[in-house]
Design a protein around this ligand. Structure first.
Ligand code: UD1
Length: 371
């Protein structure tokens, strides 16, 4: 059996790493049976060292078999470039499964190509919905799920969304959250953070910020208002803000001078182990990232999500996440600093065994496909 796995942008890498390991274990355990051949394709949607290579190294992902090197572009440009480059790879390899993860443009582009070639698609992290189609990710999620033959869901709300959309129940496999596999694996290998040492960070004495969504960083007035809030927070505690390239570009445009504020640490994008350490040990996390909403729920760290909606409502219902906006932010931060936070619970199947469940379904599914 041949499985083609796609990774393109930063949030994909921690979802691919557990799959690579689980396939490896499956092959070791089934020495007498036919093993799985895995082929890894990196689309090159993200390409800076800190946005890509650092995650391969930290997560122990082998070098990709194919790097499509597509780079940045408009939504259409980037999606089209990935499609053009991915089609010949599929034609050459004829895999039994094309496995896509998450909701980035690489996820959508590769699903479209595979579907048109009649290849079977498995989507990891299926069924999440923000119901906000102004976000490119929502379009990517809906279309990818529509084209997929196996839909691996992380939470019960995702199962419900798919059933409401008429997806046959046999295609929906509730396997849990694969990101938590990567997190648990990383923690087992020890909790180290060079960054924490460099910045002299102490647990529960700093805030961790990540913001990169167009809705927060592309409009200069919105970005200025957010930065004003962060400056004010930095008068109370150290604020660590690794800056995404999109945000960096826009901060330059509004001429934001971070050096003026000693406790506001605007730093380069950071790797996986540093990010996990910050998420685990921060007094509070303020973010618009999907992954951090989940990681803080696992760590039970108070999280404020600066968005009007989330495709991960379970992190609010069970976890420690709360939606906020610029007008409510001061009150929400105050509440957290006063300790008025929910304890939170870890959702079902966020247990480190998701990739194993997925591999089992892929093996069974490939058998079914042959019959
Ligand atoms: C993408 C995903 C988003 C995800 C985010 C995580 C889509 C539609 N969006 O958004 O869901 O949360 O990744 O980071 O797929 N750039 C660099 N170096 C890089 C990559 C990007 O400088 O390695 C700059 C480029 O100027 C580029 C901009 O960042 O134009 C945005 O990159 P892009 O991949 O288009 O979208 P993200 O905002 O990163």
């Amino acid at each position: 059996m041949k499985i083609l796995m796609i990774a393109g942008a930063r949030p994909n890498f921690m979802k691919i790493a557990p799959l690579v390991k689980a396939i490896h274990s499956y092959n070791n355990e089934s020495k007498n049976k036919t093993g799985i051949k895995q082929v890894l394709v990196h689309t090159g949607q993200h390409y800076d060292h800190n946005m890509s290579d650092i995650f391969f190294r930290e997560l122990g992902i082998p070098a990709p078999d194919f790097n499509l090197g597509v780079g940045s572009g408009s939504q259409a440009e980037q999606t089209a470039k990935i499609m053009l480059a991915f089609e010949p790879v599929c034609q050459q390899l004829k895999p039994n499964w094309v496995v896509v993860v998450g909701d980035v443009n690489s996820t959508l582009a590769c699903s479209l190509v595979a579907a048109k070639l009649g290849l079977r698609i498995a989507h990891v992290e299926a069924g999440l919905r923000s119901f906000d189609s102004t976000m490119p990710e929502e379009i990517n999620r809906v279309v990818t799920d529509r084209l997929s033959d196996l839909l691996f869901t992380p939470s019960t709300d995702a199962n419900l969304n798919l059933r409401k959309e008429g997806v046959p129940t046999g295609k929906i496999k509730f396997v849990g959250n694969i990101m938590i596999d990567a997190l648990i694996y990383q923690l087992r290998n020890g909790e180290r953070s060079q960054l924490a040492e460099q910045l002299n960070l102490k647990p529960r004495q700093f805030a961790y910020i990540t913001l990169h969504r167009p809705s927060n960083v592309d409009n200069p007035e919105t970005l200025k208002a957010i930065m004003k809030k962060l400056v004010s927070l930095s008068r109370q505690m150290t604020v660590v803000f690794p800056v995404h390239p999109r945000t960096r570009k826009n901060l330059l445009e509004i001429n934001f001078k971070s050096k003026a504020y000693q406790k506001l640490k605007l730093i380069e994008p950071i790797g996986y182990s540093d990010s996990l350490w910050l998420a685990k040990n921060a007094s509070l996390v303020l973010t618009d990232s999907g992954g951090l909403q989940e990681e803080t729920t696992y760590f039970k760290t108070p999280c404020l999500t600066l968005r009007a909606n989330t495709e991960r409502p379970i992190t609010i219902k069970l976890g420690t996440n709360k939606l906020t906006d610029i007008r409510k932010l001061d009150d929400d931060i105050k509440e957290i600093l006063e300790g008025k936070t929910r304890k939170g619970k870890i959702p079902r199947y966020w247990d480190g065994l998701t990739a194993q469940r997925i591999v089992r379904h892929l093996v069974e599914g490939a058998r079914d496909g042959k019959e």
